[in-house]
Design a protein around this ligand. Structure first.
Ligand code: HEM
Length: 486
């Protein structure tokens, strides 16, 4: 690799000789957008330097596909994150270094949540979607919390066979506590979140992290250990409901105990929670925001649902192929505001060369989802919410959904993708089928000005906003009430 080191380096914005790009490193609020703006100047792929680290930013799906997908064998490592050791998460599938232990957990996901088996969870997804409808009917103001419960209800049952029956549910409360921490952890800046990006060594956490770890550890312990132990006990008593954990425990039954495998299962299940709880919630809330801003989209989607399904039942996943416009709406939510706007960084394991340029071993690779979903060469008016862009020409613009940008790459691609897609589809179509989402009116009966902003965290969630959610008509109300009786 001496030869490699003579090759030209990737383009890069002007840097300070000592601290590199540290001073200009963007805040989380604008990181995706800033990287996107820089890509217009420096190219699809550019690099940044902070002391001791090289960060490579990929801004098109092509560049990311070439490296993270086609060269997945060398681009699939992760960066160790300092405080994860302290809360016992370092080896969980999301953050685990590339290797056998990571692989073992991925296989568990593949076996229980893969494309061919994921339809087993439809009843759960439908039941939780109906609970969501009921919640929106009873207390529409709390739509954000209903959306969170929808997501949590699916995760709890799929992962642990646990049914969330109220907002006071223990599992749900732990989830809400966890979210508070995880948002706190991503708020200040990418530099704080990923010590790998920072000049602060990870062994010297600031006071902020110490406090954070103290509060988080009991929560993550519950998620990983206590929840697992509950299923083990239920299995012994013959009372366990089917779940991710139960399925794998059953497969281990009767064999010699394998502590490493048990540890893998615990962590893998805990990561369903870490990766799945929040993401699905954000997507549903962003959908509500998008529909609020676009009454014309609601009307068109409702027309399609009425024509294809009628008004006497709710859509289910068997209808997926027959609702092309609704599918465009669903895809456009993820393109317009991807919930993981700069993805989860990968790490390059050996020196590499791309287009004649040298990329050093250990580089942190950021696939800038935000930039990819805003790519002007692929999407017209990229900042506008326009579902019809995905319809074939001439009806639409024939643009292609940036699936990888949204769900990731190669041996790190989101293994919950199929579950997530089914859950979101079910919630979205059912909300559309029965509700109208409109701006609130002020005392004078005038629609309140719409202004939706996003939290400044690395996972995207709208700041609290108000809207008026009500059943389309009596028929819709009856359909909601009936759906909850099954
Ligand atoms: C809208 C929903 C979701 C989106 C947009 C999403 C997106 C992503 C992205 C971008 C990554 C990083 C991929 C990469 O590094 O290249 C990821 C990883 C992951 N996701 Fe999801 N995800 C969603 C829902 C879920 C759900 C419901 C689960 C669990 C059932 C899940 C489990 C995971 C896991 C375990 C990883 C880590 C994979 C690894 O590092 O090997 N995700 N997801």
């Amino acid at each position: 690799s001496k030869k490699c080191r003579k090759l030209p380096l990737l383009p890069s914005p002007p840097a300070d000789p000592l601290i590199g790009h540290l001073r200009i490193f963007p805040d989380t609020q604008v990181i995706g957008e800033t990287f996107h703006a820089w890509s217009l100047k420096y190219g699809d792929i550019f690099s940044l330097r902070v002391p001791g680290k090289t960060i490579v930013v990929l801004n098109t799906e092509k560049a990311a596909y070439d490296l993270l997908e086609k060269r997945s064998a060398i681009y699939s490592d992760r960066i160790p994150i300092g405080y994860h050791d302290a809360i016992g998460w370092s080896d969980g599938i999301i953050h685990a270094p590339y290797g056998p232990f990571h692989n073992q957990q991925r296989k568990m996901y593949h076996d229980t949540l893969g494309k061919n088996v994921v339809s087993e969870y439809r009843t759960i997804q439908e039941r939780e979607a109906n609970t969501l409808l009921q919640g929106l009917l009873d207390k529409p103001k709390d739509f954000d919390r209903h959306a969170l419960r929808f997501s949590g209800g699916i995760i709890a049952e799929v992962g642990y066979g646990h049914r969330i029956d109220s907002f006071d549910d223990e599992f749900f409360s732990i989830g809400e506590r966890f979210l508070k921490f995880s948002n706190a952890a991503t708020t200040p800046s990418l530099l704080d979140l990923h010590p790998a990006f920072a000049y602060l060594p990870s062994w010297a956490p600031g006071a902020w992290f110490v406090e954070f770890i103290k509060e988080t550890k009991p929560v993550t312990d519950t998620i990983i250990h206590d929840n697992y132990q509950k299923v083990v006990d239920q299995m012994k008593a013959g009372m366990a409901r089917p779940s991710f954990i139960a399925t794998h425990l059953e497969a281990m039954h009767g064999r010699e105990r394998d502590p490493e495998k048990e540890r893998a299962l615990k962590l893998a299940a805990g990561m369903i929670f870490a990766a799945g709880f929040e993401t699905t919630w954000h997507t549903v809330t962003i959908l509500i925001a998008a529909l609020l801003l676009h009454p014309e989209v609601q009307q068109r989607a409702q027309k399609e649902i009425d024509e294809v399904i009628g008004r006497n039942r709710l859509p289910d996943l068997n209808d997926r192929e027959s609702l092309p416009y609704v599918q465009c709406v669903i895809n456009e939510v993820s393109r317009w505001q991807p919930v993981v706007p700069v993805g989860v960084p990968h790490r390059l394991m050996v020196d590499d060369i791309y287009n004649g340029m040298f990329i050093p071993k250990g580089s942190i690779i950021v696939a800038n989802t935000r930039g990819m979903t805003w790519d002007e060469k692929r999407f017209h008016d990229p900042q506008q919410f326009k579902p019809e862009r995905f319809l074939p020409k001439p009806e639409g613009a024939g643009e292609v959904f940036p699936m990888h940008a949204v769900f990731g790459w190669g041996r790190r691609i989101c293994p919950g993708q199929h579950l997530a897609e089914g859950s979101f589809w079910t919630a979205a179509t059912r909300i559309l089928a029965v509700f109208t989402i409109a701006p609130m009116k002020d005392a004078m009966g005038k629609a309140v000005k719409l202004d939706i902003e996003f939290e400044s965290v690395l996972i995207r969630h709208p700041k609290p906003f108000k809207c008026d959610i009500r059943p389309r008509d009596e028929r819709a109300r009856k359909l909601i009430l009936d759906s909850c009786q099954d």
